[in-house]
Each structure stands twice: as C-alpha cells, then as structure tokens.
Ligand binder design. Structure first.
Ligand SMILES: Cc1cc2nc3c(=O)[nH]c(=O)nc-3n(C[C@H](O)[C@H](O)[C@H](O)COP(=O)(O)OP(=O)(O)OC[C@H]3O[C@@H](n4cnc5c(N)ncnc54)[C@H](O)[C@@H]3O)c2cc1C
Length: 462
C-alpha cells in the first residue's frame, strides 16, 4: 500500500493516520454514486445529504479521500473564479458575472462556516489575499482587474496597495503594488478534505476507498463500474477533475497539468518579526518567478511555483509529482521573494506536486443532465479550493430539481469543447507556453506588457 503521508506536507500533517477505508466488495444500489473523494465529490455529497438526509449516497475513491489536488494544493481559498472576469462579462453579461463573483465570495464564507459547524480544524483563517506585482509591467494588470470589478459593482472588497504600504506589512522583495481582496482565506487543504470526508460519513454517506472506477454506463440504468462490483444509481457524479482525463468517455474534456510546491522549516519568531506577514494572508504574484504563497499555521512559508507540465497523452503517474528542476526553481523563487530566508539559512523540508484539470475553453462545468443521469463539476484550472464548493452547491440544487439563483448560472448548462487529439494537444500547449514565456521575458525587459496575444495563442484560441 502507498504511504499517503508522502504525497504532500498537508497530508502528512493533516492530523489523520490516513489508513484507507475499506473498498467496495460486490455490487450495490444507491441513489447517488460519486466518483472521487476530493473537494468536488465531498462538497456535492455534503450539500445533497444536508438537504435530503434520506438519500443513499456512495463515494468511490481510487486512493484515499484528499489524495488528489485537494490534499496537495496551496491552501489558497480565494473568491476568484477561474474563467477571466473580462471574458465572463463579454460572453455572459455583467449581471451574470456579478452573480458568479458574489457566489465565489459566498463559497469562501461557506467553507469557513461549514468548518465551524462540523468541527473541522482546517486552519481556516479569513485573512484576505494580496495579488502582488513585483515588476513594473505587472502593475497595469492589477489596475485593470480592479476596473473590471468596478464595472460589475464588486470593487468594495478590493483595494490597491502601494509598494511602500505593503512592505510595512510584509517584507517581500521588489514589490511595486498589490491588489488586496478581503475575501480570501488560508486553509490546510488536506485537513479540510479529510475533515469533510468524516463529516459526510457522520451524516450517512458511504465512502469506499482503494476503489477505482473503471468506467460508467447510463443504459439500462446509470452505474459506476469497478473491478470489485458496480454501484447502480439514479445519478452518477463525475468529480475526478484532472483524473477524468483517464476515463475514455470524458477524457478529452479535461487536460491534466501539474503544479509543484515546497515548504520551509518553521521560521523562528525573530525572523517572522522581520518578515511581518502577521495575519497569514494568502499571496500570489504572476511571472516566471511568481507563485502562490501561504503562511502555514505552524509558521512555515509554503511556496507554489507557476511552472506547469502537461504530460504527453495526459498520462497521470505518481512520477509526475517529483520534478526536481521545478522544486529547485520554487526554492530559488521563494528565497528571491524573501531574501531573509537565504540570509538565515532556512531550509526546505518538503516538496511535492499534483495535477489540476484544464478545460479547453477554461470555463468550468457544473452541470447535471437529467436524461442521462450524469452530473459533473470540473475544470477549475488550478483555482478549485473555493470554486469546488460552488460546484458542489450547484450540483446539489440541480440534482434535487430545485430552481435557485445557482441553477441559472451558465456553468449549469456549459459544454466545453473537447481538447484536440494527441499529439496535437501536447504540441499546441507547448507552443503557447513558450510564446507566453517569451512575451513575459520581453515585457520584463521593456517594462511594459503587450496586450497583443502571441501568434501561437491566436491560433490556439480560435
Ligand atoms: C499543487 C497544486 C496546488 C494548487 N493550489 C491551489 C490553490 O492554492 N488554490 C486553489 O484554489 N486551487 C489550487 N489548486 C487546484 C485545486 O487543488 C483543485 O482544483 C481542487 O482540489 C480540485 O478538487 P477535485 O475534488 O475536483 O479534484 P481532486 O482533488 O483531484 O480529487 C479527485 C479525486 O478522484 C480520485 N480518482 C481519480 N480517478 C479515480 C477513479 N478512476 N475512480 C475513483 N476515484 C478516482 C482521486 O484519487 C482524487 O482523490 C492546486 C492544485 C495543485 C495540484
């Protein structure tokens, strides 16, 4: 059996011994069968059982609850929808964009209140988030984002903070300016996933671990198939995010990409006194040395690198998690953000990776098709901690046939186009990635960002 504590610092320190629950043993019947015990599957189960405690809900998990991205991410729980706000307004209108933004705020608050009501110690701290520009060419972007938020009347919780003002609070190098968002929280993601799993079990949901779904059928009745028995149900929920790419029926709907993180040893109090960052706000910053950062409750700095790999043929293996070159880059970037780390000889104790899912058009799907009995929430492009809560709430309302403010949102009827067949998919994404890196280099050199998409982007985004 795998040593699950080795898959991330968060899993290791989740306060759980990670012993797998029993697997399925023979075919069974249920009302709802869910693939995946990450945030998406668990939130969907949670909101369903809370609204209808009589439901028979079964979750099938290939490894253990929280094994996937949910137990490995940056713990960056922020009211930011993965699809760009500008595109939301242009494609769906300002009213819809505002509703989605409000629901993302609601998701951040929901996560905090469920942790409280269910007694989940997920280190939830709603301390806000800083989007930091560390190069002059990045400054216009945060102003543009605030302008777009203003367009939909959602600017009240945001504020531009100048470099000197931010440096009084957090000593990050090269700060030019930052966008402050009140609606951000820091979480210990594995503790959240493991706690949620226990909470849904207590409410009557059955979780089978070590049980891989090998496929599903909708005729004559929906069922999730495994090698040790099937689950027949009215509704099947596909909540496997990046791993759905491994299922033939939906494989081209999502492309897996990796993200990698490192974490320091706990910093001594004298060092924290110099660095500041006393409120444990979550931080992000774009660019080649950019990253997503968390100040853990036990006093470490967790640094996630923006350097993704998309595996050829979307093949997901545990080896993907170990990318020494990216770990080295993340350590260097973290020391560059906080030069005091080098000065004080602070070491890094853990390094890990995981996969997140990217839909072809970057728009998440949170849809239930009553005719086939298939529901799915997926496609968060690496911003799924808060978004998966929205997905769970949206699926629960749709499955329970309730018309609410959530069921009219566009994700409820969205169909992303399929990704190209390989090797075109892999080649296209490499080309775009290189184009973006070149554009970033040029912008850094010139101090100005070009709004013109690269040639590769123009072709790829047609
Ligand atoms: C390193 C990293 C850092 C990230 N940082 C952030 C962040 O800071 N903030 C943020 O908002 N988002 C972040 N993300 C993204 C976020 O973690 C995900 O979007 C979110 O956790 C997705 O949850 P999920 O439940 O949909 O998928 P997952 O958590 O991946 O869960 C899917 C589950 O399905 C199981 N499974 C797979 N195949 C099968 C099968 N055949 N049968 C049964 N079960 C199966 C898996 O074992 C897994 O447990 C990050 C992702 C990574 C990888």
């Amino acid at each position: 059996m795998k040593d699950y504590s080795g898959f991330s610092f968060w899993l290791e320190t989740s306060g759980d011994d990670l012993t797998p629950r029993p697997g399925i043993d023979g075919s069974i019947h249920a009302d709802i069968a869910i693939l995946g015990a990450g945030f998406s599957g668990l939130w969907t189960a949670y909101y369903l059982i809370k609204q209808d405690p009589s439901l028979r809900i079964v979750i099938l998990e290939k490894e253990i609850a929280g094994f996937g991205a949910s137990g490995r991410n940056g713990g960056w729980c922020v009211a930011e929808f993965p699809y760009p706000l500008r595109s939301l307004i242009d494609n769906y209108g300002p009213e819809t964009a505002r509703s989605i933004q409000e629901q993302m705020v609601q998701s951040v608050n929901e996560i905090g209140s469920v942790c409280e009501s269910e007694g989940i110690d997920a280190h939830y701290a709603k301390t806000g988030t800083f989007d930091i520009a560390r190069s002059p060419h990045q400054v216009p972007e945060i102003h543009e984002h605030l302008d777009t938020l203003t367009e939909i009347g959602q600017e009240a919780d945001f504020r531009i903070v100048s470099g000197p003002e931010l440096r009084q609070d957090i000593r990050v190098s090269n700060v030019q300016a930052a966008l402050w968002n009140r609606n951000g929280a820091s979480v210990q993601p594995a503790a959240l996933a493991r706690g949620l799993a226990r909470a849904v079990e207590k409410l009557g949901v059955t979780i089978f671990e070590q049980t891989a779904v090998t496929g599903y059928e909708t005729q004559p009745r929906p069922r999730l198939k495994t090698e040790r028995g099937d689950v027949w149900a009215e509704t099947l929920v596909l909540a496997g995010e990046a791993y759905l790419s491994q299922l033939p029926q939906v494989g081209r709907q999502i492309m897996p990409m990796t993200s990698h993180m490192v974490v320091t040893e706990p910093l001594p109090d004298e060092l924290w006194a110099q660095i500041g960052w006393g409120n444990r706000q979550v931080i992000t910053g774009p660019g080649t040395n950019g990253g997503y950062l968390n100040h853990t409750r036990d006093g470490r700095i967790a640094f996630g690198a923006y350097r993704a790999v998309n595996p050829f043929r979307s093949k997901i293996t545990d080896d993907l998690d170990q990318q020494e070159e990216i770990f080295a880059h993340a350590r260097t970037s973290a020391r560059e953000w906080f030069p005091l780390l080098r000065l004080h000889g602070i070491s890094f104790t853990h390094a890990w990776g995981g996969v997140f899912g990217v839909p072809r058009d970057r728009m998440p799907t949170m849809r239930y098709d009553r005719e086939t009995g298939i529901a799915s929430t997926r496609g968060y492009t690496g911003e799924g901690v808060a978004t998966s809560n929205l997905g769970g709430r949206m699926l629960a309302d749709q499955i329970l046939d309730r018309v609410t403010e959530l069921t009219v949102l566009p994700m409820a009827s969205h169909h992303s186009p399929d990704w190209e067949m390989e090797p075109l998919r892999w080649a296209g994404t490499q080309l775009v990635k290189r184009g973006l890196q070149r554009a970033e280099r040029q912008a850094k050199e010139s101090g100005e960002k070009s709004d013109k998409p690269t040639l590769a982007q123009r072709i790829w985004n047609r």
